[in-house]
Design a protein around this ligand. Sequence first.
Ligand SMILES: C[S@@+](CC[C@H](N)C(=O)[O-])C[C@H]1O[C@@H](n2cnc3c(N)ncnc32)[C@H](O)[C@@H]1O
Length: 285
Amino acid sequence: MSHPDAPAYLTEVAVDPTDVEIVVWYLWSHEPPPEAVEELITPSGVVVLRAGARDAGHTESMAAKLRPRWVPRVVQLAQRTVRRAADRWKLGAATVRVGGIDVRPSWIDRDRRGQAAGAIEVVLDTTNAFGIGSHPTTQMLLAMLQRAGLQGAEVLDLGCGTGVLAIAAAKLGARSVVAIDIDLEAVATASANVLRNGVDDIVTVSSTPLERITGTFDLIAANLSAGALASLATPMLTRARPGGALLLSGVLADQEEEVLGAFAGCRVLDRAEGDGWVALTLRCP
Ligand SMILES: C[S@@+](CC[C@H](N)C(=O)[O-])C[C@H]1O[C@@H](n2cnc3c(N)ncnc32)[C@H](O)[C@@H]1O
């Protein structure tokens, strides 16, 4: 819940640490100046700056000062109004329920009557990062995570997007979750979502390539494409503990054999199909 005195309008921008000083200067030198500037250092090192504004015009003109070098977002806190044309798709978004997990877009108010008793809630914001739980490939992995038994598990989320799977895994009892993505915007988005969901003590988000991830995991979840899964099979298998689980999604039905071929030696433990997509839980040798 926001503080009653907190500004209703914000200009929010994710920046590299080296850009913090210059962006803060740009914001404070805006006329009129911001009401306040908040710095949120995400676990990945990306810094989210939030400048409080008086009204919609103020936040928009601060954002304009940062463009095109940075990609600021304009946020109205009070009514969760979507202000950027690029964010119009958000108007059609809805809370998605998968088993005992509700994935709720942060700009949609929680419907307490619709909340199942004991349901886990994952609250997500995003501009471009995939996804908010609406895609069948994500939904099948959310269902499989619930069937996998995550209590105390060490998890790797490969291609975390908004962080939806990583956050769900943490809330399902995982001891630690390493979430990685090659897209820096996804890293910033997931980092903010991890904080939003209060699981930053469990989930670390970064752009570290899979090949540089050290250690092994009880469970690796990857919602990529069939081609990406096949090409990453070896580095994934070397990071999976013996008897560990690989949760794979993003596979079209006619690509299943190709993916299974790349993970030769693994046994299919769980399989789901929806809208022409297949998701698999494999037991590693
Ligand atoms: C389909 S989205 C899945 C997002 C989220 N995990 C979900 O299930 O909704 C795939 C994500 O994987 C990322 N990605 C693609 N190839 C990758 C790689 N080799 N290493 C890490 N991330 C990768 C993309 O940037 C994208 O954010």
